[in-house]
Design a protein around this ligand. Structure first.
Ligand code: C2E
Ligand code: MG
Ligand code: MG
Ligand code: MG
Length: 288
């Protein structure tokens, strides 16, 4: 192409790659120190039950507060710590934080924690989960582990046994980001999920999209037939909320219901969402 024959242009690309390489190296170096330097935080996003219009739990989301870069989103650093192997320690820390938080909540409120593929590869997951539960005193059924299809792509037999042993401990397992990967339906048949979380891409603009409505309806039907519950993720507008409510999902999550909130402010967020829902049910006009 023209670009390849322009030596100046090529040099520019080379420089750009070098800058990117250096950026990645310093990111890795900073990440290696982030845990001991207490730069990670957990935030909690409320999950609303549509059965009784009250908060049924929170999803734990990690945040990295970098001294110069500011808040680095997980999509930017999780893949890096997965590569370096640091995810095991950091994932264990998130689990401890999440369960420590849940220890301060009413017993009916559950806590969801995202797991990385790497946390599945080692032998330690069962032990980590059991130890974290024991330390916190939180009852196992209040803990929901969220995994994506990518976790299950390899080593199916082993993963199946691992999921069953977690289920036998009483822990719940959700299939996250459902619908955007491969072979979703066969995973539903194979693995003992208790919940399916429908990816935000099917929720966005659903009120004006008959195809998305059909897909969500079908997922709700399939999940019901298999005894699984369904959460719709990423609800941002009243229109999406009103539409999803008619489709039979058990629970919803998204900025319209509540944004992730700092550790220690979850109970205030819970009360606010519950109050909003009462106004909504009674047709009060004080709502967003
Ligand atoms: P996820 O588990 O699917 O989490 C939902 C993501 O969607 C979160 O982004 C959340 O802030 C965002 N979100 C929630 N409601 C809305 C909405 O209404 N609109 C939009 N546009 N977004 C919404 P976040 O916190 O940036 O996390 C991104 C992903 O990073 C998560 O996706 C999860 O896969 C991963 N992640 C986050 N925390 C952890 C963790 O502690 N461990 C692991 N392994 N992965 C994590
Ligand atoms: Mg999740
Ligand atoms: Mg998700
Ligand atoms: Mg995701």
């Amino acid at each position: 192409s023209a670009k390849a024959h322009d030596p100046g242009r090529f040099h520019f690309f080379e420089q750009e790659m070098e800058v990117e390489l250096l950026r990645m190296q310093s990111l890795k170096a900073d990440l290696a120190k982030a845990l001991p330097k207490h730069q990670f935080e957990t935030v909690y996003q409320p999950i609303l039950s549509l059965r009784d219009n009250s908060v049924r739990g929170f999803e734990t989301l990690i945040r990295w507060r970098h001294p110069e870069r500011g808040m680095v989103p997980p999509d930017e650093f999780i893949p890096v710590i997965e590569e370096t192997g640091a995810i095991a320690d950091i994932g264990g820390w998130v689990l401890d934080e999440a369960l420590r938080s849940a220890g301060n909540w009413p017993d009916r409120i559950s806590v969801a924690v995202n797991l990385s593929p790497c946390q599945f590869r080692g032998e330690g997951l069962q032990h980590t989960v059991r130890a974290a539960l024991a330390k916190s005193g939180v009852a196992p059924p209040r803990l929901e582990l969220e995994i994506t299809e990518s976790v299950l792509l390899q080593g199916s037999e082993r993963n199946l046994a691992l999921l069953h042993s977690l289920r036998n401990m009483g822990v719940k397992i959700a299939l996250d980001d459902f619908g955007v990967g491969y072979s979703s339906l066969s995973y539903l048949r194979t693995f003992p999920f208790t919940r399916v979380k429908i990816d935000r891409s099917f929720v966005k603009g659903i009120d004006a999209n008959p195809q998305s409505i059909a897909i969500v309806k079908s997922v709700v039907d399939i999940a019901a037939a298999m005894g699984m519950q369904v959460t719709a993720e990423g609800i941002e507008t009243r229109q999406e909320f009103d539409c999803i409510r008619t489709l039979g999902c058990d629970a919803v999550q998204g900025f319209f219901i509540g944004r992730p909130t700092a550790r220690g402010t979850e109970l205030a967020a819970l009360e606010k969402v519950d109050a909003d829902m009462i106004w909504r049910a009674t047709g009060d006009s004080r709502l967003p």
